[in-house]
Design a protein. Structure first.
Length: 399
């Protein structure tokens, strides 16, 4: 009689520990974003210099995402542990000296570890959970990434004075160290559901993935989805300020965006996967994004923003787990490299789409129209992705 592996309690402990590490990685990226002015005063430097403490993360991601994916495909647990060690070590390094140079050095090392953590988001669920539990595991892992952003915003709100900058760093460092320790303890055993395939050598894996039109299309979707989300986080306050919206009101909108997004990630992707409605959810994500930006063009203001931002977040953030799950189905044993491609595209989108909005920031209506066009592109791309998905069999393992 064949023995069928089932998900154990230890497997869920790995997923939870991974979720904490992913949350810590994202909180470290944004820890200075809510306190830019006070951090500049604390370190005696410019606002632009403080901005680089966050911006170094997407830049490093674009540079090292693919090598990180290669490592995770070949040595998954070792790669995750290295990522957690870099994040915790970089966080500690920021506390060695109370200067901007030490803060930047620490953030740079944290940024080098982040791809090793985030590129494992689909593989940790695929390796440790059975088929029935995987959508829920992926939802937990993805929700933790957005919760990390929320943690950063809340910590910044509570420790916003220049005199509290060191305390802010201590809190975020403790979070990273505890998460890394828990992940190390939980990863003592390999997952029971590892793919029997062995990923091809790094560049062969990358070439075979990029030759697949489905993978190319899905990376463009990630570019748009993550880029649009980052642009909202970065520039919403500047876009709405001319309409008389206060910074506090914009902060409430962003919190609503993330909280609703975490809620959406927690149940919408799993529901869509269970009912085979993944592509419909992607279409809804693009359509709701267009409608939300149109509402802000027509009636920019506090009330409209407080209504449309949570709705936009509910569906926009829910698209990413679907994109990653479809990527895993297609990639099979190459999932680490494929996930690296997707996240790399998303980080490139974060840089370029946010820069596009920045170029139009003095004309808020044009900035919103730019985001409408960007979000609208998701709709034809999703139709194309669906055709590609059903036109040819997956090159990986369909679970």
């Amino acid at each position: 009689m064949a023995i069928v592996a089932t998900t154990s309690r230890n497997a869920w402990s790995v997923v939870i520990a991974y979720a904490l590490a992913a949350s810590a990685a994202m909180s470290l990226q944004l820890v200075f974003a809510p306190v830019t002015t006070s951090a500049a005063a604390h370190y005696g430097t410019s606002l632009a210099a403080i901005g680089w403490l966050s911006e170094v993360f997407p830049l490093m991601y674009v540079l090292i995402a693919i090598p990180a994916g290669f490592l995770l495909d070949r040595h998954f647990r070792a790669g995750l542990l290295l990522g957690a060690a870099l994040i915790a070590g970089g966080a500690i390094l920021r506390l060695v000296g109370d200067t901007y140079a030490w803060a930047f050095a620490g953030q740079l090392i944290c940024a080098a570890g982040q791809p090793l953590i985030l590129n494992g988001v689909t593989k940790v669920a695929g390796d440790y959970l059975d088929e029935r539990q995987r959508p829920r595991g992926l939802a937990v892992a993805m929700a933790s990434i957005y919760l990390g952003q929320l943690v950063a915003i809340l910590m910044g709100s509570l420790l916003a004075e220049p005199s509290q900058t060191t305390m802010l760093l201590q809190a975020s460092t403790l979070y990273a160290v505890v998460a890394a320790a828990l992940l190390a303890v939980s990863l003592r055993r390999p997952g029971a559901f590892r793919s029997p395939e062995e990923a091809p050598p790094g560049m062969d894996s990358l070439r075979s993935l990029w030759a697949d039109g489905f993978i190319r299309t899905i990376t463009v979707l990630a570019f748009i989805g993550i880029g649009a989300f980052t642009a909202l986080l970065t520039w919403l306050q500047a876009i709405l300020e001319p309409a008389g919206v206060s910074a506090a009101a914009t902060g409430a909108m962003l919190i609503g965006l993330i909280v609703a997004g975490v809620a959406g990630v927690s149940f919408l992707p799993a529901m869509a996967m269970r009912r085979k409605r993944e592509f419909q959810l992607l279409l809804l994500s693009g359509g709701v994004g267009v409608a939300a930006m149109l509402m802000l063009v027509v009636a920019p203001g506090t009330l409209v923003g407080l209504i449309v931002m949570p709705i936009d977040g509910l569906f926009l953030l829910a698209a990413m787990p679907v994109i990653l799950e479809l990527t895993e189905r297609r990639a099979g044993a190459r999932v680490g490299t494929a996930t690296a491609l997707v996240w790399m595209a998303g980080n490139a989108g974060s840089l370029l789409i946010a820069m596009g909005v920045q170029a139009l920031i003095n004309r808020p209506t044009l900035a919103l129209m730019f985001m409408i066009v960007v979000s609208a592109v998701m709709i034809p791309l999703t139709f194309q992705l669906r055709r590609q998905f059903f036109a040819a069999p997956s090159s990986g393992v369909i679970r």
